[in-house]
Design a protein around this ligand. Sequence first.
Ligand code: PHE
Length: 348
Amino acid sequence: MKKNSTTHSAQNVDEIVSNALTELMSTKTLDDLDQWRIRYLGRKGIVVQLKRSISDLPSAERPEFGQTINSASKELEAKLLNKQEEILATDSKKTAESIDVTLPGVPVNNGSLHPITQTIRDICDAFTAMGFEVIEGPEVELDYYNFQMLNIPKHHPARDGFNTLWIDQEDSNGEKPMLLRTHTSPMQIRTMENQEPPVRLIVPGKVYRYEATDSSHEWHFSQIEGLAVDKGITFANLKGTLYEFARKLFGEDVKVRFRCDYFPFVEPGAEMSIDWNSRTNQTGDANWIEILGAGMVHPKVLKAVGYDTDKYTGFAFGIGVERIAMLKNGIDDIRLFYNNDIRFLGQF
Ligand code: PHE
């Protein structure tokens, strides 16, 4: 088929086609196939040469010969495509069959719980062991539960301490009744409204503050609220429960310290710190680190939910989860928890 001269007969075209198809049968690779295509169907290929030679014919013979060449060319193109598919199919089958089963496997990445989730679980475990029940509540909250029912009426200066993110929706008085909860304390009210004492609950969850971020502040973080209301509950119960929690979480030798603090919904109010050095058996000065706010539930709060304050007393506390996770894991920047950097998160 190397000859360049062409003879103008349909018979000759048939012969070319049948030779081409025989050659095509024996092509095995895409490269061979491409050579074949160039030879027959390329810009300077045999089909083009045949087409050019039409003009040499007497005009009466041209149409018929033209048609013969066209259908030959179509046939070759169709067969080319078939062959190409065939080669591709066998190639991919070969690749599939050539998997080397002795190669080491592709490692599967194991996920792990986020360090904050782990800390929340540890803290909840410590309290459920003491008979507390775990519940959750809404993050979009009403001013009514986040402030008013917690003895923080409108315009109370304590509101300034909670840099609040308000939901942009006004009521008929032109006021915004909804917010992103600034603490988990609203769940104290929601629970007491629906339940008579005894109450023993733990509320883990996210809270939000409109704050600039730095190594110790995030605009969202996690708290764990605690509430116990029953007959005869005293400040000694508060101290005993929180001390037990600290020992469960930080070890038997940990030292705790209570100091006065102010929250409108407790009286008296306190903060609890742990001595970080006592935990690691270091000598020298104590290293007091505050981990929670607490206090005896204010009688105004108990009355507001309809509890009989002659019969019942209670204590409440709010634990900062990130602070504890940072202490336990030696992390010095709160923002690391929420950067979603897998190199950080993969360490837990
Ligand atoms: N809700 C308080 C805060 O976010 C913490 C707290 C809870 C204090 C319960 C006392 C009792 O700061």
